[in-house]
Ligand binder design. Structure first.
Ligand code: AOF
Ligand code: ZN
Length: 344
C-alpha cells in the first residue's frame, strides 16, 4: 500500500461494500473507490447483487457520468477485479480500457471462474498493490466470509446460536423460555440476524415461541437488512406472523439438514443462522453441519427443563462432540441481566 489516502479509500470502499440495503444473494459484496493522482476521490462504486454491474464498472460509469477523467487514476477495490464474462463483462478489461494506472486489491478472488485479475492487470502494465494493511485485509475477508465458504463447501455457512442457563437448560420445565438471557444478549442476537441471509427455527420452536425472526434495534425498529425467516420440520405449524418490512417467510418441509441447506443455497442464500430449538440443533450437529456455535450463558439455574441440544446418539465420553473455544465475552446490560458469550 502506497499511502494513507489509499488506506482511507480502502476503508471507505469496505464501508460502501457493507451497505445493508444490498439485497441478499449469491454474489460477493464489493466496493470500489477511484482516486486521482492527488489522492482525491473521483468516484465510488458498489455492487448491488447478482446481475447488476460490478463495483469497478459502477465506479467507472459514475466517473463518466460526472465527467471525471480517470486516465492515470488509482482504483481501490475490496475484491480482486474479475477476468470472466459472466452476467457482466470482465472488470480487468474495463479498468485497462479506462486507462487506470494502479489497482489496490484487498482480497484475492477465490472464485476460480473469475480469478487471476491481478496478473491480468500487471500484464497490461498496471501497477497492482496487494499489500494492504492487515486490519483492512481482515475486514475484506470478513465481509464475504459466508460467500467464500459457499465457494469452498457448496453449501451455506451455518452459525448456531444457543441461549442456556448455567446448567444447560434451554427452557424451564413448564416450557417457558423467552427470557433466559438479558438485554445485551438479545441485542447481539438481532445483530446476528441482521448479518445472516436466513434464520431457521424448528417447527417446535415456532409453535412454542412464535418468534418474529426479525432484526431489530433496541427501540424495536426493524434494521435495514432483514434475513429470510424459515421454519424447518414436518410438524404442521401456523405461518410466521406477517410483519411489514420483515424478510420473506419460507417453510423447509424436511428434517434433513443437508436437503434444507441445498434448497437455501439454490436460492442464493449463503449464511444460515440456526436459532433452535434442541431438535433442530441436534439434527445439524449430528450431520457435522454447524460451522460456528455461539452460546449465550445466563447466570441462572433451573435444575430442570429441556437441554439446549437433543439426543446426539452419544453414549460414551469418547464419542463426545469436541468443540474449540474461540472467544469469551461478557454481554453487559447496565441495570439488567448480563450474560456470557462463548464462541466455538
Ligand atoms: C460481483 N461483484 O463487484 C465483483 C465480482 O455473477 P457475475 O457474472 O456477476 O460474476 C460474479 C463473480 O465476479 C463473483 O463470483 C466474483 O468472483 C467476481 N467479482 N462479483 O458480484 C463485483 N467484482
Ligand atoms: Zn467484475
Amino acid at each position: 500500500m502506497q499511502d494513507l489516502q489509499e488506506s482511507a479509500a480502502l476503508a471507505r470502499a469496505l464501508d460502501i461494500a457493507a451497505d445493508p440495503t444490498v439485497p441478499l444473494g449469491p454474489n460477493p459484496r464489493v466496493g470500489c473507490v477511484l482516486l486521482d493522482a492527488g489522492g482525491r476521490i473521483l468516484a465510488e462504486g458498489l455492487h448491488r447483487g447478482a446481475g447488476t454491474p460490478h463495483a469497478e464498472a459502477d465506479a467507472l460509469a459514475r466517473a463518466a457520468r460526472t465527467g471525471r477523467d480517470v486516465t492515470g487514476a488509482t482504483a481501490v477495490v475490496t475484491l480482486e477485479p474479475c477476468t470472466h464474462t459472466g452476467r457482466t463483462g470482465p472488470c480487468t478489461q474495463a479498468l485497462i480500457a479506462a486507462g487506470i494506472a494502479r489497482v489496490v486489491i484487498a482480497r484475492r478472488d477465490p472464485n476460480p471462474v473469475a480469478a487471476g485479475g491481478a496478473a491480468r492487470l500487471r500484464d497490461a502494465g498496471i501497477d497492482v498493490g496487494l499489500d494492504v494493511p492487515p486490519d483492512l485485509a481482515g475486514r475484506a475477508a470478513e465481509l464475504n466470509r459466508a460467500w467464500e465458504h459457499g465457494l469452498r463447501a457448496g453449501r451455506p455457512l451455518v452459525t448456531a446460536k444457543v441461549a442456556a442457563t448455567l446448567d444447560g437448560r434451554a427452557a424451564a420445565a413448564d416450557g417457558s423460555s423467552r427470557w433466559i438471557t438479558g438485554p445485551a444478549a438479545r441485542a447481539e442476537v438481532h445483530r446476528l440476524r441482521e448479518e445472516a441471509d436466513v434464520v431457521i427455527v424448528g417447527t417446535g420452536t415456532a409453535l412454542v415461541d412464535s418468534p418474529s425472526l426479525t432484526a431489530r434495534d433496541q427501540d424495536g425498529r426493524l434494521a435495514a437488512r432483514q434475513p429470510v425467516r424459515a421454519v424447518m420440520g414436518l410438524r404442521p405449524v401456523p405461518p410466521l406472523p406477517e410483519i411489514r418490512g420483515a424478510g420473506p417467510a419460507r417453510v423447509l418441509a424436511t428434517r434433513d439438514p443437508r436437503a434444507a441447506l441445498a434448497e437455501l443455497f439454490d436460492h442464493g442464500l449463503r449464511h444460515v443462522l440456526l436459532e433452535g430449538g434442541p431438535t433442530l440443533l441436534a439434527a445439524f450437529l449430528r450431520e457435522g453441519l454447524v460451522d460456528e456455535l455461539i452460546l449465550h450463558l445466563a447466570p441462572k439455574l433451573l435444575g430442570a427443563g429441556p437441554a439446549t441440544v437433543a439426543d446426539l446418539g452419544i453414549t460414551g465420553i469418547d464419542e463426545a462432540l469436541e468443540l474449540e473455544l474461540e472467544g469469551v465475552a461478557m454481554l453487559r446490560s447496565p441495570g439488567g441481566q448480563s450474560d456470557a458469550q462463548l464462541r466455538f
